[in-house]
Design a protein around this ligand. Structure first.
Ligand code: DGL
Length: 270
């Protein structure tokens, strides 16, 4: 009954953590493509090919359902995967839709026409590839009207986090928030559109100030998956083993993961 969780690196552990808390009986197979991170500076074809290779490897662990925790893969590759590549007995779901449903006060599967919502000025913090894809604006436009979106590509933050340099990551987050606030001085909502950013959530909140509602994905994705599995229990695969796979150096990745999540995590080679 295993479910797969994919990320380009370690950031998806923030999503995995929320999933394991919400669904303690489900064995999750986590796959971090650390050898190829960051994805945020790659082109769409590259992200598509790497994500497909990772998802195939996760399917081999008996997971018919894979969550793309990675926003960059969700934004740049998922639509193409769903339209051209995923066989009918498998599912791959992304992380943008649960976030946008929360922002637009919708329940899952509410396909009514776009309407006005409370949020009027939304700031999106994401990787360069996610910002370039405009997937966030596209999904938002299906559900809401009159929301002004200002996107900030947060170059360097993912590399700093993957390298364990949290001081640099904090400095970069503060400068990206400054840059965003120069373009949009009074956002009422801010979306942390990258799996790595919850590790810096306190810095985003501090730099944005108390007036801004911060939307962070892990809990939103967990409640959305819980809901999905209630409706589609047959998508729990045949796997029984919880696992952490990486394309990087398992020793180095395990030690970083343990540092970030403050619990012991042991990766094996993918
Ligand atoms: N984990 C990816 C995301 O959520 C970003 C990291 C990367 O650039 O690889 O967008």
């Amino acid at each position: 009954m295993a479910v797969g969780v994919f990320d380009s690196g370690l950031g998806g552990l923030t999503v995995l953590d929320a999933l394991e808390k919400r669904l303690p009986d489900v064995p999750f197979v986590y796959y971090g493509d650390n050898a190829h991170a960051p994805y945020g500076v790659r082109d769409a074809d590259d992200i598509f090919n790497l994500t497909c290779a990772a998802v195939e490897r996760i399917w081999a662990e008996g997971c018919d359902l894979v969550i793309l925790a990675c926003n960059t893969a969700s934004a740049a590759a998922l639509k193409r995967m769903q339209e051209t590549w995923i066989p009918p007995n498998k599912r791959v779901l992304g992380v943008f839709v649960p976030l946008i449903e929360a922002l637009t006060e919708r329940n899952w599967g509410d396909n009514s026409p776009p309407r006005e919502v409370e949020v009027k000025h939304a700031a999106l913090f994401a990787t360069p590839a996610t910002v370039r894809s405009r997937a966030f604006q596209r999904e938002l436009a299906f559900r809401a009207i009159g929301v002004d979106v200002e996107a900030q590509a947060c170059g360097g933050v993912v590399d700093a986090i993957e390298d364990g340099d949290l001081i640099l990551a904090e400095a970069l987050v503060r400068s990206h928030v400054d840059a965003l606030l120069r373009k949009m001085p009074h956002p009422d909502a801010a979306v942390l559109g990258c799996t790595h950013y919850p590790l810096m959530e306190h810095v985003f909140r501090d730099a944005l100030g108390p007036e801004v509602s911060v939307y962070s994905q892990p809990n939103l994705v967990a409640s959305s998956l819980e809901d999905y599995l209630k409706r589609r229990p047959e998508m729990l695969g045949s796997g029984t083993q919880r696992k952490f796979l990486t394309t990087g150096d398992p020793k180095r990745v395990s030690s970083r993961a343990t540092q970030f999540m403050r619990r012991s995590i042991t990766f094996e080679s993918a």
